[in-house]
Design a protein around this ligand. Structure first.
Ligand code: SF4
Length: 85
């Protein structure tokens, strides 16, 4: 059953590092070049459609961890992805 619970984005930065984003030529586990040190989007008004469409969901809670590296590792593990260098 799909959850209808809405979540607040915790601005943890994980979705700007962990998933691959083809429109940005970003590989899994690679930090988006537009993600600032404060974990904000540096091109927020011009961010690609895939970023605009993202909504926080239960995955965010399931990979919650104290550091960005830990959250990214949890995401990659969850989806069976490996960081591509
Ligand atoms: S463009 Fe912005 S919102 Fe999209 S992944 Fe990069 S930093 Fe995140």
């Amino acid at each position: 059953m799909e959850s209808t619970e809405s979540r607040e984005c915790a601005r943890c930065g994980t979705c700007c590092v962990a998933p691959d984003i083809s429109s940005l030529q970003k590989k899994p586990g690679e930090r988006c070049r537009h993600l600032t040190d404060a974990l904000a989007c540096g091109i927020y008004r011009d961010r690609p459609a895939v970023c605009r469409g993202y909504r926080p969901d239960e995955i965010c809670a399931s990979i919650a961890a104290p550091t960005l590296d830990q959250r990214v590792a949890g995401y990659l593990r969850l989806f069976g992805l490996r960081e591509i260098s």
